[in-house]
Design a protein around this ligand. Structure first.
Ligand code: MG
Length: 201
């Protein structure tokens, strides 16, 4: 995988964190598939596929593709490139398709256009790695953690992005579920800047 090229894609995963995600995806996909909540344009899905492809393992990635709170019209991360006039809403499917199309490893990416809360009750597959990077509202982050962490196999990994201890630097929702996971049987394996990898014990 050409990480330099991957890093030029639109998205919210800096290269040093993406490369860590890729390493973890390689390590933990040896025990089961990876699943990501919050595809956006598929950039981090591709970082993960760079790792899982070495084990012939897939990355499931879930997103409703209508953008998070901060991507909506008038909000801080609104981007006209991902706004679909005909639908009258944000639609990140075309961005994802165009990004995935540029990399061979995308054949290991399984996009699912659905609300993660709706899929969770009927999902039964166990996971080698779960990556939570969806909406950063407190309720969404909590739901993603509570609904999905039980699918992680013992010895598998829970990865969380956008960890900020200091509220002045970023929202606290990912940090709060990180703390909760530490209390509930996950141990810190590695941290790179704002992305953490925990192992289920
Ligand atoms: Mg993020």
């Amino acid at each position: 995988m050409d990480f330099k090229k991957l890093n030029t894609l639109k998205g919210f995963m800096p290269q040093h964190e993406g490369e860590a995600l890729s390493r973890w995806a390689e390590k933990f996909s040896s025990i089961g598939p990876a699943l990501e909540i919050g595809t956006f344009g598929g950039k981090s899905s591709l970082y993960m596929a760079a790792g899982t492809s070495k084990n012939e393992q897939v990355v499931f990635t879930i997103d409703h593709h209508s953008g998070s709170e901060e991507h909506q019209v008038g909000e801080g991360y609104f981007d006209p490139d991902i706004y679909d006039e005909s639908l009258g809403r944000v639609n990140t499917v075309p961005l994802m398709q165009s990004n995935l199309n540029q990399f061979e490893e995308s054949r290991y990416v399984v996009p699912m256009i659905v609300n993660a809360n709706l899929l969770a009750p009927i999902w039964t597959m166990s996971l080698g790695l779960l990556f939570i990077d969806g909406s950063h509202t407190e309720i969404s982050a909590q739901n993603d953690y509570v609904n999905w962490n039980k699918r992680v196999l013992t010895g598998g990994a829970l990865v969380i992005h956008d960890i900020y201890e200091n509220p002045d630097e970023g929202g606290q929702a990912p940090f709060l579920i990180y703390q909760k996971a530490l209390e509930e049987g996950f141990n810190l394996y590695e941290r790179v800047d704002t992305i953490v990898c925990l192992i289920k014990t």
